[in-house]
Design a binder for this molecule. Sequence first.
Ligand SMILES: Cc1cc2nc3c(=O)[nH]c(=O)nc-3n(C[C@H](O)[C@H](O)[C@H](O)COP(=O)(O)OP(=O)(O)OC[C@H]3O[C@@H](n4cnc5c(N)ncnc54)[C@H](O)[C@@H]3O)c2cc1C
Length: 408
Amino acid sequence: MDFIFSEEEEALRRDVQAFIKEHFTPEVLADFAGGKRGRGFGPRTGPVFEKIAERGWNAIAWPKAYGGQGGNRITQFLVEEEFYRAAQVVIGGGGTGTPAILASGTEAQKQDFVPKAIRREIVFCQGYSEPQCGTDLAGVRCRGIRTGEGAEAHYLVNGQKIYTTNAQVATHIFLLVRSDPESRRHAGLSILLVPMDTPGITIRPLLTIQNEPGGPPGTTYGEERTNEVFFDDVKVPVACLLGDEGDGWAVSQRGLNLDRVGAWRYLISVKRDEDIVNWLKSDDERAAPLRDDEAVRDKVAELWIEGQVCRLMTMRSMTIEQRGSGFSYEGAAEKVWAPEHGVRATEAIAQILGPHAQLLNGSPENVQDGLYAHNLLSAFQSTVNHGSVQVMRDQIARRGLGLPKPRK
Ligand SMILES: Cc1cc2nc3c(=O)[nH]c(=O)nc-3n(C[C@H](O)[C@H](O)[C@H](O)COP(=O)(O)OP(=O)(O)OC[C@H]3O[C@@H](n4cnc5c(N)ncnc54)[C@H](O)[C@@H]3O)c2cc1C
C-alpha cells in the first residue's frame, strides 16, 4: 500500500494551487461563497468554472465517452481537495445526480446528462426527504404514477419534498417517488430526473439557523436556506426514469453511497482543524498565549490525528471505487466518523477560543469574521442530513460486520 502521491500527481496539485492563486481573487471567492450559501454563484464564477472545465479537472475520473478524462479517482480526489480547501467549491466526483446516472442510467441518459453536468449546464438537487420521512425513506408518499400510452406516456407526480437544498438554483431534481401506489416500504419506489422548470413545481424557502447573518467565506457546510418543493400534477416524460421502475430504492442507495465519499465530504469537518491551526499561527494578538498553552497544543494535535483518519478513510473508499470492487458500508463509515469529528473539533475550538468563538459575522471582537461561530451552528446538522449517523451505524453493523437484522 503506497500512500504517497506520484510526482505527476504532485505536479498536478501544484498546477491547481497556482490556478487557484491566480483566479480565486477575493471578489471571485465572495461570488463562490454566495453559491455555497444557496444564493446562487455570482457572475464572476462562470468564467472560472469554464477554465476549470477546459482543463478537465472537474471530471478526471469520469469516462471519456461522456466528456470525462477517464482518469484515476485518487487524482480527482487530489484536485477536489485543493478546490474545496480554497473556496469550499465541489469540483466533480460528488453530487448524487451524475454518479448515480453513470451507475444506473441508460446510454442515452449518460450521453445527455453527463457532459452537461461537467459543463454545469445541469445541476441536481436531491428530492428524498418528505415531511413524514427523512431517516426512514421507505415511508415516501410523493407519487409518480405512470399514465397514458405510447407517445402520451408520462409519470404524473403529486406530493411534497422538504429540506431540498439548492432547489432554487438547480436545473433538475433527483426525485424519489412511489411509482406503485399499492406498494409498501422499499418496494415500488422509482427515481425520476425531473427538470425544475416543469409546470406544477412550486418552491418555498425554508431558512436555516445559519441564515442571518450569513457565514463568512470559509464556513464549512451549513446552508442558509433549504426548501420545500411541491408537485401538483407534474407531467414527467418516461425517459426521465432512472433505472427500472420500482427499483428506485436500489438506484438511490447506489447514488447516495457514492455521494457520501469525496474530498469535500471529509474536508467539511477537517478544514476546521486546519483553520484553527492557521489562526493559532497568525499574528492576531489573542493567538499567541493560546498557542503557548500545552492543553491547546495537545488538543489541536489530537484533532489533527483524527482528521488524518477521515482523510485515509476517504482515500480507501476512492481506491475501492477506482478498482470497481463492491462498495457497500465504507461511505457509511465515513459518514459517521467525519461529521462526528467535525462536532468534536467545533466544540474543542469553542473551548479554546472562549466567548469569542460565539460571535457571528459582523460582531465586533469576533474571530476571523465569526467563522468558528458559524461552524458551531452548522456542526450538528451534518450528523443528521444525508443519512444520520445512527442509521449509518446500523448499515455498518449489517453490511460491514454481517450482523443479521435485529429480531423484533
Ligand atoms: C441543512 C439540511 C439540508 C438538507 N438537504 C436535503 C436535501 O437536499 N435533500 C433531501 O432529500 N433531504 C435533505 N435534508 C434532510 C435530511 O436528509 C433529513 O433531515 C434526515 O434524513 C433526517 O430526517 P428527519 O429530519 O425527518 O429526522 P428524523 O428521521 O425524524 O430523525 C431524527 C433523529 O432520530 C434518529 N432516528 C430516526 N430513526 C431512527 C432509527 N430507526 N434508529 C435510530 N435512530 C433513528 C435520526 O438518526 C435522527 O438523529 C437536509 C437536512 C438538513 C438539516
